[in-house]
Ligand binder design. Sequence first.
Ligand code: PLP
Length: 447
Amino acid sequence: MKLTEVEDQIYVMKSSTNAAKVLQTIAESGVKDEAFYILDIGTIIHKHHEWLSKLPRVKPHYAVKCNDNILVLETLAALGVGFDCASKGELNKVLSLGVAADRIIFANPAKPASHIRHAASLGVGLMTFDNETELHKVKELHPDAKLVVRIRCDAAVSQCPLGMKFGCDAILEAPHLMKLANSLGLEIVGVSFHVGSGCQDPPVFRKAISLARGLFDLGFELGFNMHLLDLGGGFPGDSSSSIDRIADIINLALEDYFPPQTNIEIIAEPGRFYVASAFTLATNIHSKREIYSTDKELLHTMYYINDGIYGSFNCILFDHYTPTPIPLTDSKSDQVFSCSLWGPTCDALDRIIENSFLPKMNIGDWIIFPDMGAYTVPVASTFNGFPIPKVYAVVDEKIWPALKDCAPLTDDHFAVYHSPASFGIGDYSPKWPKGMDSDEFEEPHPY
Ligand code: PLP
């Protein structure tokens, strides 16, 4: 099959360029004024190597919900990563890549009946639960499932706590659920937890692993073949973050509670770790409003950009994200001014940053947001008719030979990057005269 859609392909860059330069040339071509992403596939590969070296006993199962971009999934599948799916739709998406059903954990403790039936029909057996009714559903719809009991163990601080929704108490509830599963003739194979996404409390992993140990012992007593420990997600992913401390704590706790000779398979469900820093968003200022004092002093500038809360920046609401705006072009002066950033829709809720300080910017200027890969695009809507930014994927020419023959990636997935025209973007005649500030346009002002 020949892949022809720009967003289905990975563009191979000469090593003399890089993702940041590609972004810059697209923006500066002056032809495109819609927001867009650059996805650097090399970052995902680098993250995978980091994971393997820092958490060698833990097999990653990427949490698809975090960013279901097809090239991300194909790259991770090519690298041999497993998948955490939350629904029928995610199962279908991952299985359509040719990923074997036994590389998937259906990690949603509260699943609609039709989704359980669907998993059974596809041969996906591994799934989590945390309550009695789920056990009865599974008994009826998928009695051969391999069940993983999800316990609650919350980080003291995390970007998105999950414990109020999922996870049973390891001491007060899990033993009862395990006994019930036993009496229903169901099979429990392991224990999972999720300490909270964007965990800022690394020691919580040790606590959760020790709680899991107690339930493994109970499981063995009940006659279950307990062989899977699932550490969930919570691993940070921004370019400034590190998983070193979490990894040290996990490795030591595994050594203490699940040493290698126990032969327990350890998996985790990282989402943001793999994708957050691989995506950089470029947005364009399409309008601005200046607020002056009565004596004509500029007090504040409102910049309107072409992606907002209803698009990628939904992550401010749903993922408690704090965006960092970076003007694409270095300012000639060090002076910064009070400003706010607004999305393109007609809703006043569509405010990205209430108070910031940026150099003086003009219509047509670009603002870059790094670390925008986690919980952004899959949640975005086209409210008010504004499109979701296109994703242009690039990879360094030194990396692609190692990827091009790893299924599901094929030669056809790769195209050569020459210039923005490779992405079908324009012909380069700058629409916006270079070096000219919008203030300098002759009257009548076009905006
Ligand atoms: N696993 C489950 C069950 C989740 O609900 C989530 C996120 O909500 C993840 C994994 C991914 O978490 P993170 O992005 O923090 O790694």
